[in-house]
Design a protein around this ligand. Structure first.
Ligand SMILES: [Zn+2]
Length: 387
């Protein structure tokens, strides 16, 4: 479940570049103890201006970093970068204003796992950037801090809600939820701050975040797929092939896409009667193993990757239908090969997804085979998963 477990091709990725990204600095998240102290004083009616400023300016710096990452801006001066829209992974990016230069790859890696993408709550971070510097009194400052702390990310017709405080407080999601739940608050009736907290709790209560039990059930279903793949691949590659479930990760769609290798061997497909698409990705070593085998069996040096992989995916998708049967009779259609990550459009960048990765190991090569389901796709059947 941890995001450190990461996405396909992390391993390929880590060793490639030794270049520094030490000239890219982002403001850190704030310590939970500091937030706790601020709210304790505030609830007792004690106005500690230094403390309010310490928190306020810390949040201001953090929100500015979030803005820069989300809008692809220069880490040094905040201007829009040039070169970010090109496709080459190692492309040079540069700042037209201050002359700062780096590569897209280093930029991406500079904020990985730091919760710096503003996602669905970006508007709240921008609002704080605009409002906090205009505040004249400690009370005004507390009001805008309070609004930011209790902002939320909202997905799926506002039914899936997570605290935006994750992006600004240095703690795990569960700890952030606990911290906010526990903050001293006092009675704010009749003040501008009335309703801020109540609204936050109401949104979280209505949230339908997939539970640990649902994630476990998905993992269990896919253990069956591992076995099917193992048998089919052994037959295809004429050698003993192990396929094991490597991990299940709850992450966001852009995390998955940004760390796929380019070119990709990714099939997108529709799943009826579910509410959206999903995808199946073969990492490069897996594709190469099947191509080498096809060359050997046909005796031809020219085999087309697409023709080889179309046969593999057809069987894998049939097996995927089989493993889902106990939960829902799904029908997969419109499988389409994408060889460039830019052509894969499955979800919005910060949409939550399940990433199920299987590791293939054999004498012909080892690599990951991953299935990505947007949570939205599974929305209608999540409750049934655990019964
Ligand atoms: Zn700059």
């Amino acid at each position: 479940m941890s995001s450190q477990q990461g996405c396909p091709n992390h391993a390929d990725h880590g060793s490639v570049m030794s270049d520094r990204n030490d000239d890219i600095h982002w403001a850190p998240r704030l310590k939970p103890a500091l937030i706790r102290r601020l709210y304790t004083m505030d609830a007792r009616g004690i106005v500690d201006e230094d403390l309010i400023d310490e928190v306020g300016y810390g949040l201001l710096a953090r929100c500015e970093s979030i803005r820069r990452v989300t809008e692809r801006c220069c880490p040094q001066c905040g201007e829009r970068l040039e070169g970010v829209l090109e496709q080459e992974r190692n492309r040079t990016i540069s700042c037209p204003s201050c002359g700062w230069q780096s590569t897209w790859d280093l930029y991406l890696r500079s904020y990985k796992n730091k919760r710096l993408h503003g996602g669905r709550a970006t508007v709240d971070f921008l609002r704080f950037l605009d409002e906090f510097p205009k505040c004249r009194t400690p009370q005004q400052k507390m009001l805008v801090i309070d609004r930011l702390i209790h902002a939320v990310h909202e997905w799926m017709r506002k039914t899936l809600t997570l605290p935006a405080a994750e992006n600004i407080i240095q703690a795990k999601r569960s700890e952030v939820i606990e911290l906010l739940d526990d903050l001293a608050y006092g009675d704010r009736r009749g003040t501008e701050r009335a309703g801020i907290r109540a609204m936050y709790f109401q949104k979280l209560d209505e949230s339908r975040e997939p539970t640990l039990r649902e994630a476990r059930a998905i993992k269990q279903l896919h253990t069956g797929l591992s076995q099917m793949m193992s048998e089919f691949y052994s037959e295809k590659l004429e050698t003993s092939v192990d396929v094991d479930l490597a991990f299940l990760d709850r992450t966001t769609y852009d995390e998955v896409i940004e760390f796929l290798s380019n070119p990709t061997c990714t099939y997108t497909f529709a799943v009826e009667p579910l509410s959206g698409p999903a995808m199946f990705d073969y990492s490069q070593p897996v594709v190469e193993a099947f191509i080498a085998q096809a060359k050997k069996t046909t005796g031809s040096p020219n085999v087309e990757a697409r023709i080889v992989m179309d046969k593999i995916i057809a069987r894998n998708l049939a097996d995927l239908e089989t493993i889902w049967k106990p939960v829902e009779e799904i029908q997969i259609s419109d499988a389409e090969l994408k060889t460039n990550t830019h052509d894969i459009q499955l979800a919005k960048p910060d949409d939550p997804v399940f990433l199920v990765s299987h590791a293939m190991t054999c004498s012909r090569g080892s690599g990951l085979i991953s299935i990505c389901y947007p949570v939205l796709t599974l929305e209608s059947i999540l409750p049934r998963l655990i019964t």
